[in-house]
Write a protein that binds this ligand. Structure first.
Ligand SMILES: Nc1ncnc2c1ncn2[C@@H]1O[C@H](COP(=O)(O)OP(=O)(O)OP(=O)(O)O)[C@@H](O)[C@H]1O
Length: 804
């Protein structure tokens, strides 16, 4: 039973198991169906994924290809870059290697220089030590040497004083050399053909080195076609402005040494007068003519001499048209006629009414000259090429004080652009043109006569024949130097004008052609050249001496500075004492001392002037002859300039004392006449008056009580003159000469300076003071100043002014 039960149980179990397994099989079947479904889905998904993957792969492949291409490109580029960079690296390596080498070298150099400096420092230390020893030694010997130097200094001070004498001597010799070359020089300048000129047939055949000029007339044949002229110098068409000026320069120097100089250009219209005198344009220095260069030079030389001479420069510019003088620097509207001093003034002032413009630099001058040229140009438009029918005169007044001796030098330079010479003798002209032609004719031939008379050393020089020669009087003749530029047009059409110009020039140059005379002249010239050579030697020796003395002076100054107290205080008291002791030193002391006016002391006492004025007029002729003698003396002996004239004139005064005594009164009388203005009075007496003045008044330096002083006094009235001397009755208006009736006195109607003119740069007060005297005298001469001038004489009033 048990067994059956067991079997039953077992059977149940097996049945249960079977049921379970069937359930499981059912489950598995379901699961299988589900799995199959899933597998299907998955298969689909897989298919899709496969497709997508394939597309993606394709995409990737194409991308990969592109990227590969790009990468290859980049790779190539990078390879290039790499190659470049390698090269650069190599270069940099090379460069840095060389730098390294250089630095190493530098390091070595620095090292050696440091070593050297260190060595030098050691040496310096040693030297310092030895110097210390020396200083101690010197300190001990100092008092002895100091005393010794004291003795030496005295010698040096003497030498320094000699230095000035040597300087003066040098200047004198220089001017003698100039004088030996002749006081009247003629330079010829031929202008080139102008760009627009079609016919270029020249009449110039030969230009010699020594001033020979052969002119040929192409319309003629044979020897008649040629003419030889000889001048001091001939400048060909290619000569530059600078070359021309080089030969003019020595004259400019003479102005600063107290000479009066006249440079003028003569020639037909368009021959280059203005080109030579002013230049084609002011803007370029290369183009500057004689005028600008001369003034530039004046300033340069005066600067270089400023340690020994204080210079002041002022300019006037006038035009002479139809025998009327007009101020070209006036801005007062229509220019009025100006009067001319009757006689030569020592300072070359001839047209006192023309504005006197102080200048300190070339720029000032350029400004003024532009105004002058503009005024002339305005005239040219209004009056139809007036510039070629008027004479323009630029006058440069120079005044210098020798700082050592207080002597005053005065020089004037006239720079003249003459009217066209072909107007002379033009017979076809009528009316205004005829009048102009006559005036030009008159003035040019008067100029020729004056220069001819001077070249011939005639006693009578006809200055009075034209306004031109009156204006230039101070700079023509006496000890003045004259230079004429003869301007030529090389054109064949100008042949006859050129010949007449050259004949004029030949006449005034005083050089005559012809075999015998030429030989004689050759000998003369040779002799003169020898003299010049020996003088040059002397000048060279003097130069060497000057240099030596300068060195001595420099060392003396060095010592002096240290020993001023040792000697006798400062040097200025010495100068003062000299000035006051002399009583003769005058002029521009105010330039340095401001308020003092020593000039007045030098003018001579009123009694002296009274004496001079008081003599009778019957001695006039005698006086004239005496002063002619004086003039001759001046020609022969007093060429050495103002500094010489001071001694020379006083020496000569002694020599000629009887003459001068006799003529003194007359001279005084004419000194008074000096301030008279030119008039239509008794021509004869005036002529003589003019001639007398030529000899007597053309001294360059002031001399105590000399005629110059009197004239100077009248020309440069001091601002602070003693009021007691200003008695108005000295020049009563009714004293005006008969011939002036109806015309106002020039001195009284003198207008003030043109107000619109550019003001010169302000000067130091002292300098201004001294110019004040110059300008007030020239451009603001008032009746009161004139009265002061005459007050000193206190003689019976004379007819003072004549008006023209
Ligand atoms: N040396 C020269 N070199 C070049 N050109 C010159 C020279 N000389 C003169 N000229 C020219 O010739 C012309 C006439 O010259 P300029 O005006 O100087 O003559 P001028 O004699 O002064 O005449 P005018 O009598 O009318 O005043 C100008 O054009 C000038 O530039």
């Amino acid at each position: 039973m048990q067994f059956i039960w067991m079997l039953q149980i077992e059977k149940n179990q097996i049945e249960d198991k079977k049921k379970l397994e069937e359930q499981e099989v059912q489950k598995l079947k379901e699961e299988k169906a589900r799995s199959n479904m899933e597998i299907l889905t998955l298969k689909e998904e897989l298919e899709m994924a496969k497709r997508t993957h394939e597309a993606y792969c394709l995409q990737l492949e194409s991308n990969a290809k592109e990227v590969k291409v790009e990468s290859q490109k980049k790779l190539t580029e990078l390879e290039c870059l790499l190659t470049d960079s390698r090269k650069k690296v190599e270069e940099l390596e090379g460069f840095s290697e060389s730098k390294l080498q250089r630095w190493k070298k530098k390091e070595q150099i620095y090292q050696s220089s440091i070593d050297y400096q260190f060595g030098a420092l050691q040496e310096l230390r040693a030297a310092l030590e030895s110097i210390k020893h020396e200083v101690l030694k010197t300190k001990r010997s100092y008092p002895e040497e100091f005393n010794y130097l004291g003795f030496k200094l005295k010698g040096l001070a003497d030498a320094a004083e000699n230095y000035h004498m040597v300087l003066t001597e040098n200047r004198r010799l220089y001017n003698e050399v100039q004088d030996l070359k002749g006081n009247i020089r003629v330079y010829c300048r031929i202008r080139p053909f102008l760009p627009g000129q079609s016919k270029k047939q020249t009449i110039i055949e030969y230009i010699g080195e020594n001033g020979e000029l052969v002119i040929v007339n192409p319309s003629k044949q044979g020897k008649d076609s040629r003419r030889l002229f000889k001048f001091n110098k001939v400048f060909g068409p290619t000569s530059t402005q600078e070359e021309v000026f080089m030969d003019t320069q020595p004259l400019i120097r003479s102005v600063l040494d107290g000479y009066n100089v006249c440079i003028f250009a003569y020639g037909q219209t368009g021959s280059g007068k203005t080109y030579t005198m002013s230049g084609p344009s002011v803007s370029s220095e290369e183009d500057w003519g004689v005028n600008y260069r001369a003034l530039n030079d004046l300033f340069q030389i005066s600067k270089s001499r400023k340690s020994s001479i204080a210079y002041e420069v002022a300019v006037q510019m006038v035009e002479i048209y139809n025998e009327q003088v007009r101020d070209l620097l006036s801005t007062d509207g229509p220019q009025k006629r100006l009067g001319i001093w009757n006689t030569t003034q020592p300072n070359g002032l001839a047209v006192p009414e023309a504005g006197m413009h102080p200048v300190q630099s070339t720029a000032d001058v350029l400004e003024l000259m532009n105004i002058g040229l503009m005024n002339r140009a305005v005239g040219a438009t209004a009056l139809n090429e007036r510039s070629s029918r008027s004479h323009s005169v630029l006058t440069v007044h120079v005044r210098g004080i020798d700082l050592e001796t207080d002597a005053v030098l005065r020089g004037s330079l006239h720079l003249v652009d003459l009217a066209g010479s072909e107007r002379v003798g033009r017979s076809a002209a009528t009316g205004d043109r005829l009048r102009e032609a006559q005036h030009i004719n008159k003035s040019l031939s008067a100029l020729g006569d004056v220069i001819f008379a001077l070249a011939q050393k005639n006693l009578h020089v006809p200055y009075r024949n034209s306004k031109l020669t009156q204006v230039l009087q101070a700079s023509l003749g006496g000890q003045a130097k004259t230079l004429m530029f003869v301007q030529l047009n090389p054109d064949i059409d100008s042949y006859f004008e050129t010949i007449s110009t050259l004949k004029f020039a030949e006449r005034v140059s005083g050089v005559e052609l012809g075999a015998a005379q030429s030989n004689k002249e050759g000998r003369d010239v040779r002799e003169l050249m020898e003299q010049v050579a020996s003088l040059k030697d002397i000048v060279a020796k003097k130069d060497a001496e000057i240099e030596h003395l300068q060195r001595l002076k420099a060392s003396a100054n060095g010592t002096k500075r240290g020993m001023t107290s040792f000697r006798h205080g400062s040097s200025s008291p010495r100068r003062h004492s000299v000035a006051s002791a002399n009583g003769t030193k005058r002029g521009m002391t105010s330039f340095r001392h401001g308020s003092s006016s020593p000039r007045r002391h030098s003018v001579g006492t009123s009694r002296q002037r009274q004496n001079l004025i008081g003599k009778g007029s019957g001695l006039m002729e005698k006086a004239a002859s005496d002063l002619d003698n004086c003039s001759e003396y001046s020609d022969k002996h007093s060429d050495a300039g103002s500094q010489h004239s001071m001694e020379g004139f006083s020496r000569h005064q002694k020599e000629l004392s009887p003459h001068l005594k006799l003529s003194g009164g007359d001279v005084g009388q004419y000194s008074n006449e000096d301030i008279e203005l030119l008039g239509f009075g008794d021509a004869d007496s005036e002529e003589r008056l003019s001639d007398i003045s030529d000899g007597g008044l053309s001294m360059g330096t002031e001399t105590e009580g000399s005629i110059c002083s009197v004239v100077e006094y009248t020309l440069f009235p001091e601002v602070a003159k003693p009021p007691e001397n200003t008695s108005p009755e000295c020049i009563p208006a009714e004293n005006t000469p008969v011939q002036n009736k109806g015309k106002p006195l020039m001195l009284e109607r003198r207008p003030s300076l043109p107000s619109k003119l550019p003001k010169p740069t302000p000067k130091p007060v002292q300098a201004k003071c001294s110019w004040q005297s110059l300008t007030s005298s020239s451009s603001k001469i008032s009746s009161s100043s004139a009265r002061k001038t005459y007050a000193g004489s206190s003689s019976a009033p004379k007819p003072l002014k004549r008006w023209q």
